[in-house]
Write a new protein. Structure first.
Ligand code: PFF
Length: 450
């Protein structure tokens, strides 16, 4: 396996899990999951989400890691190796494109997070107007770009350092740090007077809200949150050694991502309700409501506020690293570029592509490329609603029907100790997941209106 060693290889099981869980745990967990759970029926939504995790997320997580380890290649190279001369490498290409697009706006939001670590102290001025502070900041044509550059520079720096000395080393201390900060914030949040109402809003099952739209939202969230559908786990799987246990590692990644998403809601909602605020949505919940909550906390508020934004930046950073790695690994393997040069050049290009998403909040807000969405939301729409589900479905179809479940299981069960992939896995990957994804995909491109 000299090839594997030249490209880099995870040094330990813990290192791989930290990196893969770091990829999965990101902005999707900290603000998106709590908000959609609140919106679509609390505990009832969580139940459906967990079902989709098992029938779609878990099999595709295995499939991507298996494709990666088998070929020891990036998203495009994996298909080129297994299906040479066929159009299947387009699936890898779509993944590289999705990584490029997602990282370009992810870094802009990550930059907002870094800025807010520093801005939080200023909020503590009495009666700060959090709505205006946020709007003034993101509509400014230059300041957010500087933070976007800072966030991207840190991401590039880590990826340049390599798989072991960069990605693995940083993930191994950032992920435990994230977990500890989250626990501190949860303890603070749930012990506030009035927190119970927030817990009830978050978790009380309301099956009447469980509409078809909610089911589709749950499926989309599974994809984005687990970093599936764009070859990210193919790339991370390509640095795995043959004696690593893929079925068990997949369980760890899926379970830790879900745990952090659930805990994020436990951190946010009790505090929001304790201070009588409206549970806002999306970026508003993170950058307006949460700072307002810390402000209302009085003593200690600034401390917890700063901790919250450090948490957000760590989560975003370890996901951004994986997004950059998808594109970098492609350039390193297929174009034979040196890793440092590849990460730097790709990082600069992605930074440039992200500039319009930042300007689209202010001076370019009149530009609405898709369905009236601003530039950032349009990028997100193309990547998350089109490229990820389509990519995920094609990965499932390719591995189940073309490469074949027998070969998949053979590779996947190398190193597998307690759980082995069997007949049930075949049904999930060949039939159940592609059909489920096909349904969300049709919905997201607007053919099927529910
Ligand atoms: N999983 C990340 C999140 O939940 O924020 C986002 C993401 C990272 C999506 C890497 C796709 C990916 F390949």
């Amino acid at each position: 396996m000299s090839n594997g060693n030249d490209r880099g290889q995870w040094q330990s099981r813990a290192g791989f899990i930290a990196a893969a869980a770091g990829s999965a745990i990101g902005l999707g967990n900290i603000w998106r999951f709590p908000y959609i759970t609140g919106k679509y029926g609390g505990g009832a939504f969580v139940l459906v989400y967990i079902i989709f995790l098992i029938i779609v997320g878990y099999p595709i997580m295995n499939a991507e890691l298996i494709l990666g380890r088998k070929t020891q290649k990036n998203a495009v190279g994996a298909f080129r190796t297994l299906a040479p001369g066929t159009p299947w490498s387009i699936v890898g290409w779509m993944g590289v494109a999705a990584g490029f697009i997602i990282l370009s706006y992810y870094s802009v939001i990550g930059g907002w997070g870094i800025a807010y670590i520093f801005k939080t102290a200023t909020y503590m001025a009495k009666n700060a107007d959090h709505v205006n502070i946020f709007i003034n900041f993101i509509t400014n044509p230059t300041a957010p770009l500087v933070w976007h550059a800072v966030f991207m520079a840190i991401t590039v720096g880590i990826v340049m350092a390599g798989v072991e000395k960069g990605i693995e080393r940083y993930s191994k201390f950032l992920m435990p740090a994230l977990f500890i900060i989250l626990l501190i914030l949860i303890v603070r949040s749930v012990t506030l007077p009035g927190a119970a109402e927030g817990l009830a809003f978050y978790l009380k099952p309301d099956f009447s809200k469980l509409t078809a739209e909610a089911l589709l939202a749950a499926m989309g969230q599974v994809f984005f949150s687990l970093s599936l559908g764009m070859g990210c786990m193919i790339t991370y799987g390509s640095y795995l050694s043959k004696n690593e246990d893929i079925p068990i590692n997949s369980i760890f990644i899926v379970a830790s991502d879900t745990l952090i998403a659930l805990l994020a809601g436990l951190m946010i909602f009790p505090a929001v309700f304790a201070f009588g605020m409206e549970p806002g949505t999306g970026p508003g919940l993170t950058f307006i409501t949460v700072p307002a909550v810390f402000n209302a906390m009085g003593t200690g508020g600034a401390f917890f506020g700063i901790l919250f934004f450090i948490l957000l930046v760590i989560a975003a950073l370890t996901s951004a690293i994986s997004l950059l790695e998808v594109v970098t690994a492609y350039v390193v393997d297929e174009k034979k570029w040196d890793r440092k040069k590849a990460a730097l050049v790709v990082g600069i290009l992605i930074f440039i592509v992200g500039i319009p998403t930042s300007l689209g909040q202010g001076i370019w807000s009149h530009i609405r490329p898709i369905r009236g969405l601003d530039i950032l939301d349009s990028y997100d729409f193309i990547a998350s609603n089109v490229l990820l589900p389509l990519g995920g479905m094609l990965i499932a179809i390719y591995s189940g029907w073309f490469w074949g479940t027998e070969k998949m299981r053979e590779e996947g069960n190398l190193g597998a100790k307690s759980i082995k992939l069997g007949g049930f896995f075949d049904i999930l990957i060949k039939i159940i997941s592609p059909i489920c994804i096909f349904i969300i995909f049709l919905n997201s491109i607007g053919i099927l209106k529910v």
